[in-house]
Write a protein that binds this ligand. Sequence first.
Ligand code: UD1
Length: 367
Amino acid sequence: MKVVHVVGARPNFVKMAPIKRCLDMFPEDFDQTIVHTGQHYDREMSGTFFDELDIPEPDFNLGIGSGSHAWQVAKVMLEFESLIVELNPDLVSLVGDVNATLACALVCSKMDIRISHVEAGLRSYDRRMPEEINRIITDQISDILLTPSMDGNENLEREGVDPEKIYFVGNVMIDSLVQKLPEAKQRLDNLISRFGVKDYGLLTLHRPSNVDNLDNLTHFLIELTKISCDIPLIFPAHPRTKSQITRAGLEEKLSNSNIHVCSAMGYTDFLSLQSGATFVLTDSGGVQEETTYLGTPCITLRENTERPITLTHGTNALIGTSPLNLKQRVNDALAEIEARDKKLPEFWDGKVSERIATIYREIARKI
Ligand code: UD1
């Protein structure tokens, strides 16, 4: 069966890597092609992930880069359509909720190419989030919907998706985490000595709603410096956030604080810091899940999450996007997480790609 994997951005690489590796074990069943749409293109956000997660060079790079939503979706559709005509795959495997996921799903559905959506069914129920639109539409036109948690199955059934298309496989991001965790733990002492810290909080911020407004970002970082008086913060900043910090003229203020700003990190180093942190402060989607697996308290600077299982079973708490009184809200959330009864969500076990391979092999046999 000819399978095309599509990736575009940092979290996609982490999800695709274990699936590709697992399908490699059945060379008689699968002929695989990797297409990189090029949304994240530099070493920091892309190249290092291919090396660390042992992903071969993409067979095709569409070189799309950054742009408005309409521009990105349209450009990916045009480029991907020509490629699909050439490749004529039996199945296109899409991960996550980025613009490329939606664009490629639209192309495939019009060309009657089978679409598998990995991480299907997640809903924040906030349609102001561009990713929410990508999720809803991709799920409506996918043929195979692989969910990370049972809330995904419930959401899809509520939206009228045929239950026969839905498979609860678990969270594939955790497969990469399980594979890299031993190496990540070994690196921890070295890493934290580089920052000159012992106990620390880890910070990531990249959602446009948190970083695009300079006044809001400034207010946030001032509040974060107050938290860093109690415990140092390590802040691997997304390129978007880094340039916003420069635009807001905040570099000097931060360098005089106990917030250690550095460039976005490679996967294993970042995993290492997540595993050793006293807490993580983030607006990421994937980090909410990884911290739940690691048992590290996670304070999420968002109003809602498409990953509610991290709140009910895991170590995540939502505290909203207001910078007001941040320190107190973080402390309250940490106390609430500490008191919570926690358990690992079902099928977050490092074997998700094996379940996906079994499903893909059944399809291959029927072709
Ligand atoms: C989000 C968006 C997605 C967007 C992407 C851009 C949501 C729901 N989705 O995904 O549409 O394309 O951001 O980045 O918000 N990591 C590192 N090094 C770091 C920081 C993180 O390796 O310095 C790893 C984490 O361990 C995790 C992954 O990157 O595996 C998470 O990536 P992140 O960029 O935070 O993506 P999301 O927020 O999940």
